[in-house]
Ligand binder design. Structure first.
Ligand SMILES: Nc1ncnc2c1ncn2[C@@H]1O[C@H](COP(=O)(O)OP(=O)(O)OP(=O)(O)O)[C@@H](O)[C@H]1O
Ligand SMILES: [Mg+2]
Length: 352
């Protein structure tokens, strides 16, 4: 299917199904929708119960084993050190762009989304959503965005229709047309009509995920933040959700930032992809350009999965190597110290 944007757009080739290339028109993206500037977010470790008792115990305990040769305390691993979830990340998402964020578990994807969605405050750096700062102007940002998270919550005894009408009212929407829109969106996402009026608790996780997506679409957000929108969905449902995401971009010029562990999804859906590793941005480009970052095997262009493993896996190997070297150095130092101790405490040699 060929589509051309005659007004001001450019035409871009994307894959919509594995192995099939079709041309998709992309509206000219010249306005910034999301600007992430040097964002830093850390989480402090929670204090253990009876902290004061533990501290008192530590004060009264002489830990000679941790004294080094000079009598000074060896630095111990700091168990209270905060987790740096997002480490000075910067990027810009254009209006109407589908922007993917990939990264291993714990690399900071959801934290980044929660910062954009006014649910967390950054420790440093700044974000703007359509020119508005989520810290200084959270109400405006909340009206511009909507977020779908993997752990969406509902009134489980109520039906999708009741839950969505409730959600719509929170956004000031009312009236008959909302009921029609709910049915339209849910059926577009592949939910059977009879399920629309049954209690949520009787629905599978995948079905509930579709209701969460529908709820986010109801308010017609300018910026849609999708945190693993297709995790746990069957292949057909995945396609249905992906089609809706693409439709939103093409028809409404919605800006979509999504996280996913599905490399194929990132490749077929996203205009550009950012890769996070341990809170740091380690790569950002179009899927096609990212594929140049990994070595070819037997002359074949690597897949996005190869690139992901090449970038994040190699980093992991480097860190493991550094850990191993540090451990080896420690063992050597201990052996040396023991040797020195043995020499000083060894009995004097007998003279005859
Ligand atoms: N509320 C919190 N309190 C403490 N630490 C947190 C909190 N939220 C996230 N973290 C930590 O921040 C880091 C990033 O977590 P985050 O949930 O953003 O990762 P993710 O990339 O979304 O991972 P996944 O792919 O598993 O969803 C992790 O080390 C996590 O343990
Ligand atoms: Mg996450």
């Amino acid at each position: 299917m060929k589509k051309s944007n005659k007004q001001n757009g450019t035409t871009k080739k994307v894959t919509t199904q594995p192995g099939t290339k079709v041309e998709r028109s992309v509206k000219k993206m010249d306005k910034n929708a999301i600007v992430v500037n040097q964002v830093y977010k850390k989480f402090s470790k929670p204090k253990a119960a009876f902290t004061w008792l533990i501290e008192l115990f530590k004060k009264n305990t002489k830990d000679d084993a941790s004294l080094n040769g000079n009598g000074a305390k060896e630095p111990k691993e700091d168990r209270k050190a905060p987790t740096v979830a997002v480490d000075r990340v910067s990027f810009t998402v254009k209006e109407g762009e589908i922007f993917g964020v990939l990264g291993p578990n714990g690399s900071g994807k959801s934290t980044l989304i929660r910062l954009m969605a006014t649910l967390l405050l950054p420790d440093d750096g700044s974000i703007t959503i359509m020119g508005h700062d989520p810290v200084k102007d959270p109400i405006t940002v909340q009206q511009l965005i909507n977020r779908v998270s993997v752990e969406a919550s509902f009134f489980k005894k109520l039906s999708p229709m009741e839950n969505l009408i409730y959600g719509a009212r929170l956004y000031g929407m009312n009236g008959k047309e909302i009921r029609k829109r709910v049915v339209d969106i849910l059926t577009r996402l592949g939910l059977e009509k009879r399920n629309i009026f049954n209690p949520m608790e009787e629905m599978s996780r995948g079905m509930q995920q579709k209701v969460a997506i529908a709820r986010a679409l109801l308010s017609r957000p300018r910026v849609l933040l999708l945190d693993e929108p297709t995790t746990g969905l069957d292949p057909v449902s995945k396609r249905e959700v992906q089609a809706v995401v693409r439709e939103l971009q093409e028809q409404d010029n919605t800006t979509i930032l999504l996280t996913t562990h599905d490399m194929n999804e990132a490749e077929i859906l996203c205009d550009r992809v950012a890769i996070l590793h341990k809170g740091k941005l380690i790569a950002l480009d179009t899927p096609e350009a990212l594929k140049q970052l990994a070595p070819r095997s037997n002359g074949h262009l690597p897949s996005l999965e190869d690139v992901f493993i090449h970038l994040t896996g190699d980093k992991l190997k480097e860190e493991q190597k550094e850990d191993l070297e540090a451990a080896q150095a420690l063992v050597k130092a201990f052996a040396k110290e023991n040797e020195a101790k043995e020499k000083t405490t060894a009995p004097a040699p007998e003279l005859n």
